[in-house]
Design a protein around this ligand. Structure first.
Ligand SMILES: CCCCCCCCCCCCCCC(=O)SCCNC(=O)CCNC(=O)[C@H](O)C(C)(C)COP(=O)(O)OP(=O)(O)OC[C@H]1O[C@@H](n2cnc3c(N)ncnc32)[C@H](O)[C@@H]1OP(=O)(O)O
Ligand SMILES: CCCCCCCC/C=C\CCCCCCCC(=O)OC[C@@H](O)COP(=O)(O)O
Length: 278
């Protein structure tokens, strides 16, 4: 009797939900994004005890465990990565890796190629994302307060010391925020100060545009293929603080060119007339 009653309600409700998801692209998009967030929260909650048992606490070694978990997410969302240039990660010692940042899905692209002993710089608000914040903490993510330049700078100088003493690579999104509009935002300079202060190479990484399969404005979230290129290291030995702007501009120009080439899209010159990418 009870199971019959349950079926009477559950079946029509499930059918109604399926119908709504079919009819409303907005709802479908939101449901898929929500499923991604739920997956991240759940996977983090399950991975955190494994990190604690295996490595005892906050350490970059946990990134290996996190990487292996996150790398399986792409199968659930039908995403595939075509990666080129991984050999450029074979530098001796620490380096600063810079890449473009399009959406929360970037985490999958990050974990797809993350080299060993590499931590990311993240905004400190991420620490309060429940189990996701916990797993980031355990993986050694360095949290900065973007609202305070002086705080961010002092955290970054601590990072510089740790990089050399602990032989750690640091991954930074120099745009400083997500940008899914099919172009790169101007770069902030923290990553380049860090590389020059520690005299380590900068390795640019570029992911092609997500706009063909992920676009919140169009309620689009389908399967897709992402082209990734790890570019050759740019050495900074001998550079000083006066070279930061030039280094930043060189990286920006090279990465933007690569972004348009990988995405096969039109590029804006000075933000105006679009030209076909070569
Ligand atoms: C199982 C599931 C698991 C899921 C979890 C898996 C873990 C994945 C982790 C992924 C984490 C991803 C996180 C991504 C993010 O959160 S991105 C946002 C945070 N990151 C950044 O913001 C990095 C980029 N930002 C910078 O580099 C900025 O420069 C910053 C240091 C933050 C300062 O920014 P801001 O206050 O806006 O100032 P400016 O950049 O305009 O700089 C002002 C002047 O200061 C000079 N400057 C900057 N940095 C330095 C420095 N280190 N030393 C000396 N001087 C510095 C800069 O040159 C400016 O001066 P001038 O204009 O040049 O005179
Ligand atoms: C108990 C608290 C529950 C909190 C619930 C939080 C729900 C969100 C859960 C999971 C979302 C998965 C997040 C994966 C982390 C990806 C990192 C990321 O992409 O952060 C964005 C940051 O780079 C830039 O931020 P802004 O573009 O400036 O904004």
């Amino acid at each position: 009797m009870e199971s019959g009653g349950l079926l009477l309600w559950a079946l029509p409700s499930a059918l109604l939900l399926a119908l709504l998801l079919q009819l409303s692209p907005r709802l479908r998009f939101r449901a898929k994004v929500l499923s991604y967030c739920a997956l991240c929260l759940m996977a983090s909650a399950l991975t955190a005890p494994a990190c604690l048992l295996w490595n005892g606490g906050r350490t970059v070694e946990n990134m290996r465990i996190i990487k292996n978990v996150v790398r399986s997410f792409k199968y659930l969302y039908g995403l595939r990565f075509d990666v080129k240039g991984l050999e450029h990660f074979q530098v001796e010692g620490p380096c600063v890796i810079v890449s473009n940042h399009q959406s929360v899905l970037d985490m999958m692209g990050l974990m797809e190629i993350l080299p060993d002993r590499c931590v990311q710089i993240g905004k400190r608000e991420l620490l309060y994302f429940g189990s996701v914040g916990l797993i980031m903490y355990l993986g050694g993510v360095i949290f900065i307060n973007r609202k305070s330049t002086s705080n961010a700078k002092s955290v970054m100088s601590g990072v510089g010391q740790a990089m050399t003493t602990d032989n750690v690579k640091v991954w930074i999104y120099p745009e400083g925020t997500r940008n899914g509009n099919g172009d790169l935002l101007p770069f902030k300079k923290g990553a380049f100060h860090l590389a020059i202060q520690t005299q380590v190479p900068v390795i640019p990484v570029v992911y092609s545009s997500f706009t063909t399969f992920y676009n919140p404005e169009k309620n689009l979230f389908t399967s897709g293929r992402i082209r990734v290129e790890v570019l050759p290291p740019i050495h900074t030995s001998g550079m000083t603080a006066t070279d930061v702007t030039e280094l930043c501009d060189t990286c920006y120009t090279t990465m933007r060119e690569t972004f348009f080439r990988l995405s096969g899209t039109a590029r804006r010159v000075n933000g105006s007339t679009p030209h076909l990418a070569q």
